[in-house]
Design a binder for this molecule. Structure first.
Ligand code: FAD
Length: 404
């Protein structure tokens, strides 16, 4: 191979985000000696804090650490990006042109934010009127804009299709409304929340208390709708009905818009044989319980890039990682899968600066509370403390070290 380098590792992990590093740390604890992580970024983010950053409840700096400081010791960190996988040859092609070969592969490059699927959005972002907590650099701008708004229309949008943290598009609407209420300006602000579904949340047990929150703040919800275009300069959004495609598009004027982009698997995953050809979102096609690939049993995927139909969250990764590791180790020993994932995910629905509904549920979806003695179907102060302080602490100190 001219100029190209080819290296072999026993386990190769694509992506050193929440999923990749949690799996790597657990493999090292299990004494697997040759683990490589392909990760291009010098920074590692705890993204769940970005909602609080956008709401002025946490600093952006507390959501980021140097990748070098969180990479488990003993892992070979390959500072490169995967651009293709040949599962029959057990080979990964990297952006540098180098190749890796593996015995077992874990695919965890996260989800792709398709900003350009909303017309006018890329050029509007960060202009003072349009922001999104889905980017580290923009989350603080959300807070700047929320703080400045004293009257007018505030628009919050959620796109159709799977996204990471499906609660995040509405959480920021509640945190903002709470802030405006405490500052005596909420009655002068029309708050519009655009949702693709017919309900505010997919699990009825949590939808009910959320409806009360919406009523309390006087939020106008546009169900079964999506925003297809944003004109950040004029402050106009184009809304389309998802239930009646023949209905004329509506133009809605806004003074501030928090926009969440449509999302899908990274383009290189979509184009690879690993993806689910029947699903245009293109996620890595794995068994929903064993997390092993449907066609190549030595390949696993978890986190946002996997096809499992759970809510895409770091909380889901916390339960998926032990399953991936147990089944990978079982395979090394020539044994059948040892652990099964039940679809657990959690969405801490922050509803005010001191309140949170801790939604935990599985594939069914039925509630699966970690603290069954507490009533989790209401807004709670203790769960806000868990979200704000407990979970970040758990993430940096336990999850990324393979201990939780
Ligand atoms: C605003 C917001 C709020 C959220 N709130 C919550 C919450 O309250 N609770 C919760 O549990 N979850 C929440 N999440 C979701 C959570 O952050 C993700 O579900 C989780 O990070 C998924 O882990 P992952 O490893 O699959 O992806 P990521 O953590 O995104 O990691 C993917 C990694 O892959 C790397 N990568 C990308 N492309 C390549 C490539 N080609 N080759 C190699 N590496 C690559 C990236 O650099 C990145 O480090 C939130 C997310 C956002 C954006």
């Amino acid at each position: 191979m001219d100029g190209k380098r080819s290296r072999h590792h026993r386990v190769v992990i694509l992506g050193g985000g929440t999923a990749g590093l949690t799996v790597a740390a657990r493999l090292l604890r299990a004494k697997v000696d040759d683990v490589a992580v392909v990760e291009p970024s010098e920074e590692h983010y705890y993204q769940p804090l970005w909602t609080l950053v956008g709401g002025g409840l946490a600093s952006a700096g507390s959501s980021v650490r140097r990748t070098a400081s969180v990479m488990p010791r003993g892992v070979s960190w390959i500072r490169d990006s995967a651009v293709g996988v040949d599962p029959d040859e057990r080979a990964v092609l990297l952006a540098s042109g180098n190749e890796l070969s593996y015995d077992q592969l874990v695919v965890a490059p996260g989800i792709q934010l398709d900003w350009d699927k909303v017309q006018g959005l890329p050029e509007s972002l960060g202009n003072g009127r349009v922001s999104s907590n889905y980017r580290f650099d923009l989350a603080p701008r959300t807070w700047d804009a929320l703080r400045r708004l004293r009257s007018g229309t505030a628009l919050f949008t959620m796109p159709p299709g799977a996204i990471k943290c499906a609660g995040a598009p509405q959480k920021i609407a509640y945190i903002a409304s709470d802030f405006w209420e405490r500052n005596g300006v909420l009655r002068r602000i029309r708050v519009v929340l655009v949702l693709p579904g017919a309900a505010v949340f997919g699990v009825p047990e949590f939808a009910k208390p959320l409806e009360k929150v919406i009523e309390r703040y006087g939020i106008e919800v546009r169900y079964q709708s999506e925003v297809t275009a944003i004109d950040g300069e004029k402050g106009v959004a184009t809304l389309r009905s998802l239930s009646d495609p023949s209905a004329p598009a509506e133009e809605l004027e806004f003074d501030f818009a928090h926009v969440v982009p449509p999302q899908s698997a990274p383009d290189w995953v979509k184009a690879s044989p690993l993806s689910d050809a029947a699903n245009p979102a293109g996620y890595v096609e794995v068994d929903r319980e064993t997390m092993a690939h449907m066609r190549w049993s030595n390949i696993f995927s978890l986190g946002d890039a996997g096809s499992t139909p759970n809510s895409k969250t770091g909380a889901a990764v916390r339960k998926q990682a032990p399953v991936v590791v147990a089944n990978l180790l079982a395979q090394m020993r020539g044994e059948p899968p040892a652990k099964f994932y039940n679809g657990y995910a959690s969405c801490p629905l922050v509803t005010a600066h001191n309140r949170c509904i801790m939604a935990e549920f599985d594939y069914v979806p039925k509630p699966t509370p970690t603290f069954p003695v507490l009533n989790m179907q209401r807004e709670r102060y203790d769960m806000y403390l868990v979200k704000r302080y407990g979970l970040p602490l758990m993430y940096w100190n336990f999850m990324l070290r393979g201990l939780a």
